[in-house]
Design a protein around this ligand. Structure first.
Ligand SMILES: Cc1cc2nc3c(=O)[nH]c(=O)nc-3n(C[C@H](O)[C@H](O)[C@H](O)COP(=O)(O)OP(=O)(O)OC[C@H]3O[C@@H](n4cnc5c(N)ncnc54)[C@H](O)[C@@H]3O)c2cc1C
Length: 527
């Protein structure tokens, strides 16, 4: 006999789990079906080398919504974070370096090494960004209004959004519009003069982006990365104890505690539709599960183009999903180290810099050139690198005396003009180590093992189309009322009972839990 549930969640990524947890709390009989042997999707901890627990994909938290943490009692289920301090360390080719600390005075003094004027402005910049972030952040847990609006209540919803700008000065409103449209470089040029300060801050604008710091729209990505916080302190990022998988495990435990069932190694083959209504799903094993509600946490392209019979969806919707841009440009390299990199500009190990995100980003032209390569289908000859060492906070993640390093880098275009990632993967990783060695000459000698995840590998391992870390580009035309497309941004998809609850829905990617939270609210409204 076919099992029957109130709701089936396709994909046990953190967002799918959040939806399941909220529905279970509301008394629904919920089943989560996850393809891999573990839950979490891009928020996982994997033992890829004996005794090493590695956050193979995402590696830092900040965006996870406080409401979700509280509602789902995640701390009770093991969620704990060590805030990163210092936040950033950038070594520069001229032998200087820049730290950014949690302590405002220490950051001021660091910036003053490069520009007194910038040091004086930094506090004001942070306060300004915080004000903008507060407005943008207040939209994260909203269901986007109908677009284009047609009824009176739609217009009222838009008025409510506009009202969120109340309290902003004229200058701040203009800046808010600019931040949604400008490049990170232009945005930062308005504030600072020092190249080193600007490029260090600009890194947040190009993470996961299809663009360089001078591409329009990257200022918003910068803001996106400032929208979270830890323990009430905005903009702080941290390492999750036990690795990023501990976030997903905590959400899963919360969902299970209220009766949700979660099955792993249970890939869904098809979402079943009859007479314009979902009926349930079929697993690859052939097993059928019936449900009136199916919510997909899988990316939009896979959900609608692979797991559904296109004939059950409107033609213009299918065409829109085909056009949804999902080209990834990021690569993740995980390393097992038997020591720590010794930077020429800041000798000694371990040191405070090993607790920070260590950037290789000498100047804005360097990052822009890295993007130029990617634009024409080549892996960046000199990529922008972000290195983190979670074992500096949680030594239990690796055997004694060893460290794990995650390198997140831009740019590695999914579509290569020449060659394939299967051929270029290891030479590219060699080049990355070469670049780091220019700043920390012992780098190559301390690497014991490495895992290189190009966009093709991210696609294969985590089932994210194009290896796009956000399930689809976070550009203005694919955000808010346009995510995944205009007319379908309110979590309900054009088949009755079908919802999108992953990063392909508003407000997009990152370990945020917001799409999962919002989708659950809409599902419960539609009962
Ligand atoms: C390399 C990398 C680094 C990142 N770094 C950070 C970071 O440091 N901080 C941050 O906040 N964000 C980061 N991100 C982004 C963030 O991790 C993702 O946006 C987020 O985790 C996506 O969550 P999700 O639940 O929406 O989707 P996913 O995590 O993609 O979950 C979808 C789930 O569906 C499953 N699935 C797919 N097909 C099927 C099927 N047919 N049947 C059943 N299950 C299926 C998948 O296995 C997966 O578990 C990073 C992402 C990557 C890839």
């Amino acid at each position: 006999m076919t099992a029957r549930y109130d709701a089936v969640i396709v994909g046990g990524g953190h967002n799918g789990l959040v939806t399941a947890a909220y529905l279970a709390r509301a008394g629904r009989k919920v089943l989560v079906l996850e393809k891999r042997e573990m839950v979490g999707g891009c928020a996982v901890t994997e033992e890829i080398w004996p005794g090493c627990r590695v956050s193979t994909a995402s590696y830092l938290t900040s965006l996870l919504q406080e409401k979700v943490i509280q509602d789902l009692e995640l701390e009770k289920f093991g969620y704990a974070v060590d805030a990163k301090d210092p936040a950033f360390f950038s070594p520069f080719p001229d032998g200087r370096h820049l730290f950014m600390w949690q302590d405002a005075q220490r950051t001021h003094d660091e910036i003053a090494k490069f520009s007194r004027k910038d040091a004086e402005r930094f506090g004001e910049y942070e306060a300004h960004l915080e004000k903008l972030a507060l407005v943008a952040e207040s939209m994260l847990l909203l269901t986007p209004p109908e677009f284009p609006p047609h009824s009176l209540s739609d217009f009222a919803d838009w008025m409510k959004i506009t009202a969120k700008m109340r309290g902003l000065s004229k200058r701040e409103v203009v800046s808010l519009v600019k931040v949604f449209t400008q490049s990170a470089a232009d945005f930062l040029d308005d504030w600072f003069e020092s190249e080193q300060v600007k490029v260090t801050l600009a890194t947040d604008g190009v993470i996961g982006a299809n663009g360089g710091p001078r591409s329009a729209g990257t200022a918003y990505i910068l803001l996106h990365h400032c929208m979270g916080g830890l323990a009430g302190k905005r903009g702080l990022w941290g390492f999750v104890r036990g690795g990023m998988g501990a976030v997903s495990e905590a959400i899963a435990a919360s969902a299970r505690s209220r009766g949700a069932e979660i099955r792993t190694q249970a890939p869904v083959q098809q979402i079943l539709v009859k007479d314009g209504r979902v009926q349930g799903v079929v697993l690859e094993s052939g097993e059928e599960v019936a449900a009136n509600v199916v919510a997909s946490g899988v990316d939009p392209k896979i959900t609608f183009l692979k797991l559904m019979d296109e004939r059950s969806l409107p033609g213009d919707f299918v065409a829109g999903i085909r056009r949804f841009r999902t080209e990834g440009t990021s690569c993740k390299i995980n390393l097992l180290l038997n020591g720590l990199p010794e930077f020429t500009c800041y000798p000694g190990a371990p040191g405070p810099h090993h607790k920070a995100t260590m950037h290789i980003c000498p100047d804005m032209d360097y990052v822009e050139r890295a993007w130029d390569d990617a634009k024409y289908g080549r892996p960046s000859h000199s990529p922008l690198l972000e290195m983190t060492v979670p074992t500096m906070y949680d030594p239990s993640l690796a055997p004694e005396g060893k460290h794990i390093m995650g390198i997140f880098l831009q740019y590695a275009p999914y579509t290569l003009r020449n060659g394939s990632w299967d051929a270029l993967r290891e030479p590219f990783a060699d080049r990355v180590l070469e670049v780091i060695s220019g700043y920390a000459p012992n780098m190559k000698s301390i690497v014991e093992a490495r895992q290189v995840l190009t966009p093709l590998d991210l696609e294969r391992r985590f089932a994210i189309t194009g290896g796009n870390i956000f399930h689809g580009e976070m550009s203005l035309d694919q955000m808010f009322v346009m995510r995944p497309m205009a007319g379908s941004a309110r979590y309900r998809m054009p088949v009755k009972g079908l919802y999108l609850c992953g990063s392909g829905a508003h407000p997009g990617g990152g370990v945020m839990g917001a799409p999962g939270h919002n989708a659950a609210r809409e599902i419960l409204k539609d009962r």
